[in-house]
Design a protein around this ligand. Structure first.
Ligand code: C5P
Length: 454
């Protein structure tokens, strides 16, 4: 795999630096992002350090901006490790004068000995390896025994919508050979191995199925019409193959009829993993619990669940149900989306932790009638936080949200970036109207450029 050897070399050099820090007795501060990949990456880094006898603090932060860096020094960390963030902060981090590493997968033009990032070696960090995967490579170089944490790296990858290709494929081989996971090709709803069909349909929000997600009455009618659910207690995995096929085809048909992208409908079925360690039976359940806990700010529950703490499942389940309730309230706000020529946008207040997820549902589940990218603008004091999502069809037509937000936010003294399908930014609130206008223009230009090239 192109770039993999170089990335492993970078991971190995980083592991040597961490090993040196542990030998010196350095206090490590791990700073990680709060989405599923970030939480998995930070947990993996922390557990790997602990396995080596290292002393570490683990901090979860939705974003770290240049102005936040000084605050990170208040605990006087001797060695900072940034997970799933920090690539674009490299010049500022150097100025802090501390030992540090950035273990990330976001595209960046920066490079250097402190950075382990697939984009610096020509690999695709959006699709082939997550930040958790990068941390996993470092952890395995630190001590091969950390291959026992490979399922956590896979949780990060699935959390970032990645599949078992590229480096993720190798990590899945490690996990499978250790009996931590088993590969499957099957329906990918949560709860399918240990909950009723009704539960699976009600609480699955990836994919979000209009009319069924969060709608018990709709589900009961659907089960009656399709003849799938004669026994309300049955799990999906107890259905026979024919009935499972009937369920999948009816769900897919309903989604496509409701304007969901085929990409979203394809999430219903495919290559997936049963998790054989801990109490959570599938990778989709694990991702869903971590996402629920993370969105509610319950990072210690997420950490405990990933670490295999047997007491953590009850709290994670409570968080799941609470989180789903919030998501449904958020979906209700889609009615107020504003439609411009090339983009849709939605102004939110008090939805910070949900903005990215809501954008994802809007962009893929059939809410964007005109197939445009969606931007949420969340007011935060004198600033606005922006989340953006689109579906792969627009990416194929040339749209790169990370590039768009990086370019436009810098024109307004803001900062932004991310991936082609999912990106974010922060800009001063006073510029919001001009910002949205420029963004609309930029998206139009990107899509037109591609049409001209074709
Ligand atoms: O915040 P949200 O989940 O919408 O961010 C999506 C992506 O955009 C993430 O990968 C994040 O790292 C990136 N982002 C960024 N700069 C920001 C905000 C988000 O690069 N100011």
């Amino acid at each position: 795999m192109a770039g993999m050897e170089e990335l492993c070399q970078g991971a190995s050099d980083a592991a040597a630096r961490i090993g040196g820090g542990i030998a010196k007795g350095s206090l490590f501060t791990i700073v990680t992002h709060t989405d599923v990949d970030g939480i998995s990456a930070g947990t993996l880094a922390f557990l790997a350090l602990r396995n080596q006898g290292g002393k570490a603090h683990l901090l979860f932060s939705p974003h770290v901006y240049p102005e936040d860096l000084v605050r990170l020094l208040s605990d006087d960390p001797e060695f900072l490790i940034f997970c799933d963030m920090g690539s674009d902060l490299l010049p500022e981090l150097v100025k802090l004068g501390r030992d540090f590493l950035v273990l990330d997968h976001h595209a960046t033009d920066n490079e250097g000995e402190n950075l382990v990032n697939p984009s610096t070696v020509g690999m695709d960090g959006t699709r082939d390896i997550s930040a958790s995967g990068v941390v996993y490579l470092v952890a395995s170089a630190l001590n091969p025994v950390n291959a026992d944490l490979s399922h956590i790296a896979l949780c990060g990858a699935f959390g970032d919508m990645q599949t078992l290709r590229g480096a993720n494929e190798r990590i899945a081989n490690d996990a499978e050979s250790r009996g931590l996971v088993r590969r499957r090709k099957e329906i990918r709803l949560i709860g399918r191995r240990n909950r009723s069909i009704e539960y699976s349909l009600r609480y699955t929000t990836l994919p979000f199925i209009k009319g069924l997600s969060g709608n018990p009455v709709g589900i009961r009618n659907f089960l009656k019409e399709t003849g799938v659910g004669d026994d309300p207690k049955k799990t999906i995995s107890e259905l026979d193959d024919d009935m499972e096929r009937v369920l999948i085809s009816n769900l897919a048909e309903r989604m496509v009829k409701n304007n969901a992208s085929t990409f979203e409908a394809e999430k219903l079925f495919g290559a997936t993993l049963h998790v054989l360690t801990g109490q959570v039976p599938t990778i989709e359940d694990l991702v869903d619990y971590i996402e629920s806990c993370g969105s509610l700010g319950r990072y210690s529950t997420a950490f405990a669940l990933l670490s295999g703490d047997p007491g953590s499942l009850e709290g994670a389940e409570r968080s799941r149900l609470e989180y789903k309730e919030k998501i449904l309230q958020g979906v209700d706000l889609f009615k107020s989306a504003v439609h411009l020529a090339n983009i849709d946008y939605l102004v939110l207040e008090g939805w910070d932790e949900y903005a990215g997820k809501l954008c994802g549902i809007y962009a893929n589940a059939g809410f964007s009638g005109h197939q445009r990218p969606i931007f949420t603008l969340s007011l935060d004091g004198s600033n606005v936080k922006v989340s953006a999502r689109t579906n792969p069809r627009l990416v194929d037509r040339g749209l790169d949200l990370g590039r768009a937000l990086k370019a436009i936010s810098s024109r307004f003294e803001g900062s932004g970036g991310g991936h082609d399908v999912a990106a974010g930014a922060k800009i001063p609130a006073k510029s919001i109207e001009d910002f949205v206008r420029e963004l609309d223009r930029e998206v139009g230009l990107q899509l037109a450029e591609e049409e001209v090239e074709e």
